[in-house]
Design a protein around this ligand. Structure first.
Ligand code: SF4
Length: 170
């Protein structure tokens, strides 16, 4: 017996849309950061996994020692010229899709370190999805940034590096 028209409709569109939403929900609920800290901001980053802040509520407490197992890079601290190629290599080793949060004034703009040794914004090295302001940002601010990233994923917005390679807005 053939499928009813409703079943055919479901097979053509509704089911696929549902799978798409489910995939986004799964992705946003299991964003795993790379274990990677550069300066004082990293102390605030580390505290988000503590019982006081409990990042596990959002499925992102599993900081991974290997970039192969991480899909989020939190750039927590100033990026020196010497560290930039290392940071880029770690980012390239992360599987796709992947996202970047720039945490704090130093990572986003060099902060107070307006000198030749510090990169004046990590977006010169890797594409950034979310910027978290502050010096240092509080753990709550970082968590707010992670929640914003989750919103972007749930809405189906592409990671920044895809947006750039596909010719979208910079
Ligand atoms: S933004 Fe402030 S707290 Fe963060 S790395 Fe720079 S100086 Fe340190």
């Amino acid at each position: 017996m053939g499928l009813s028209s409703t079943q055919q409709e479901a097979e053509r569109g509704i089911l696929l849309t549902t799978v798409d939403k489910m995939t986004r929900w799964a992705q946003k609920s299991s964003v795993w950061p790379a274990t990677f800290g550069l300066a004082c901001c990293a102390i605030e980053m580390m505290s988000v996994t503590s019982s006081r802040y409990d990042l596990a509520r959002f499925g992102s407490e599993a900081f991974r020692a290997s970039p192969r197992q991480a899909d989020l890079m939190i750039v927590a601290g100033r990026v020196s010229q010497k560290m930039a190629p290392v940071l880029r290599t770690i980012w390239e080793q992360m599987p796709e899709p992947k996202w970047v949060i720039s945490m704090g004034a130093c990572a986003s703009s060099g902060g107070v370190f307006d000198n030749y040794a510090i990169i004046q914004g990590v977006d010169h090295v890797v594409p950034v999805d979310v910027y978290v302001p502050g010096c240092p940002p509080t753990p709550e601010a970082l968590m707010f940034g992670i929640l914003k990233l989750r919103e972007k994923i749930q809405m189906g917005l592409p990671p920044k590096y895809l947006e750039l390679t596909q010719g979208g807005a910079s």
